[in-house]
Ligand binder design. Structure first.
Ligand SMILES: Nc1nc2c(ncn2[C@@H]2O[C@H](COP(=O)(O)OP(=O)(O)OP(=O)(O)O)[C@@H](O)[C@H]2O)c(=O)[nH]1
Ligand SMILES: [K+]
Ligand SMILES: [Mg+2]
Length: 401
């Protein structure tokens, strides 16, 4: 029996099984079985050389956003309007057949936008170009799930389920469960909060399914079987998603108003260019990028060319800033001066761990080292190779000025 048939069999059994206290453990075990098979399904075929069919697009810019949706909802129209890159638009389904990159220039940052073929129900199991599309989605920092505002809203649920089944979690954070496999000692089951959807027996049954007999499990929030399975699988991708309801030009004002009130949702019309600025603004907010303007001693900040940092990729600390500027800068770092919303006073003297906020101005001061580094007494050698010492008189002068 192939993986797909096995999956179908378990799904059927789960659908048949009534949910109650008596079946809870069996259902948990089935969920684990299903998760294992789905992971197996995602593994690339043994003879594949990894993509190679025009789908792999080089990462570029300060972040990557992917357009995902059913056919003909307007993904290519959105790419064309936002980036100026032409991607073929037509009234028939599956116009786009591969991944087409464009660049959005916004707030002095460059964001890579990827147009993709439409996907349909069953994409996760390989229907259409589903697998390649999903692989690209996993590499994105933000998904724009494009929906046809004039069509029934079921598409959103279907697509979300497709993405869930390949381990993509939208607008969620990892479950707060500490999990560590051990060599001996059995299963240690603990919780720091009351658990309403999980108990020791269910936890054991799920671990058993994974042939894990020694492990430490600590629940830090009220999690369920699916959460525990996600943590055990360990391959889940937590991605932000903005639901873009396109084609509002054919909707009533009431419908548009209702969409605008839904969380993480934005109404627009790419064809009529309605609310495209609003879309960009929401996209920017959700990416939570941090622009740091660097400044040389005595110079003006470089407002035209910020270093763009991301909490999801590498972090937004001074350390991340230095690393992005040059890999040797962290080693040469002495301290930094920061002006902006992250600093308590202007300027604040900060170390590598200081977390920056959007539009902060940063001056990095390198330590004065030529060769040798520390002199063994914890002092740094200066260019003259003499240990750096500041006399009391020099300190007084420095304080006055
Ligand atoms: N009324 C209306 N039509 C639109 C809008 N945006 C796109 N369309 C039309 O919808 C059709 C499909 O647009 P595409 O941009 O090709 O859609 P797609 O999602 O890229 O389609 P595939 O690549 O086939 O998956 C075209 O006829 C567009 O002109 C819109 O805002 N309003
Ligand atoms: K189309
Ligand atoms: Mg298209």
């Amino acid at each position: 029996m192939g993986i797909l048939e096995k999956i179908k069999e378990i799904e059927d059994e789960m659908a048949r099984t009534q949910k109650n206290k008596a079946t809870e453990y069996h259902l948990g075990q089935l969920k684990a079985k299903l998760a294992k098979l789905r992971t197996e399904l995602q593994a690339p075929p043994k003879d594949s050389k990894g993509g190679g069919d025009g789908f792999e697009v080089q990462k570029y810019g300060d972040g990557r956003v992917a357009l995902i949706g059913f056919p003909s909802v307007g993904k290519s129209t959105i790419l064309t309007v936002l980036t100026g890159t032409k991607s073929e638009v037509a009234a028939y389904e599956f116009t786009t057949l591969t991944c087409i990159p464009g660049i959005i220039h916004y707030n002095e940052a460059k964001i890579q936008l990827l147009d993709l073929p439409g996907i349909i129900e069953g994409a996760a199991q390989g229907k259409g170009r589903g697998r390649q599309v999903i692989a690209v989605c996993k590499s994105a920092d933000l998904l724009l799930m494009v929906l046809d505002a004039s069509r029934p809203h079921a598409h959103r649920r279907i697509l979300t389920e497709e993405l869930e089944s390949v381990g993509i979690r939208l607008n969620r954070r990892p479950p707060q469960i500490y999990f560590k496999k051990k060599k001996t000692g059995g299963i240690s089951f603990n919780a720091v909060v009351p658990l309403s959807k999980m108990d020791e027996k269910l936890c054991h049954r799920i671990l058993q399914e994974y042939k894990i007999h020694n492990a430490e499990v600590l629940f830090r929030e009220d999690c369920d079987a699916d959460d525990l399975i996600d943590v055990i699988e360990g391959n889940r991708r937590y991605i932000k998603c903005l639901y873009v309801y396109n084609k509002i030009d054919v909707c009533s004002v009431e419908e548009v108003d209702a969409i605008a009130r839904m969380p993480n949702s934005i109404p627009c019309s790419a064809f009529q260019e309605l609310n495209m600025d609003g879309l960009l603004e929401r996209m920017w907010d959700m990416m939570a990028l941090v622009r740091a303007y660097t400044k040389k001693v005595g110079g003006k900040p470089d407002f035209a060319d910020p270093v763009v940092l991301s909490a999801d990729r590498g972090g937004t600390s001074i350390d991340a800033l230095c690393t992005q500027i040059h890999k040797s800068l962290v080693a040469d770092f002495s301290y930094s001066l920061v002006w902006g919303t992250s600093s308590k006073h202007y300027p604040q003297r900060c170390g590598l761990s200081h977390v920056l906020e959007d539009e902060d101005v940063v001056q990095i001061v390198k330590r004065k080292v030529t060769t040798g580094g520390e002199d063994g007494k914890g002092r740094f050698k200066t260019t003259s190779n003499k240990p750096l010492r500041i006399s009391d008189r020099e300190k007084k002068v420095a304080l006055k000025t």
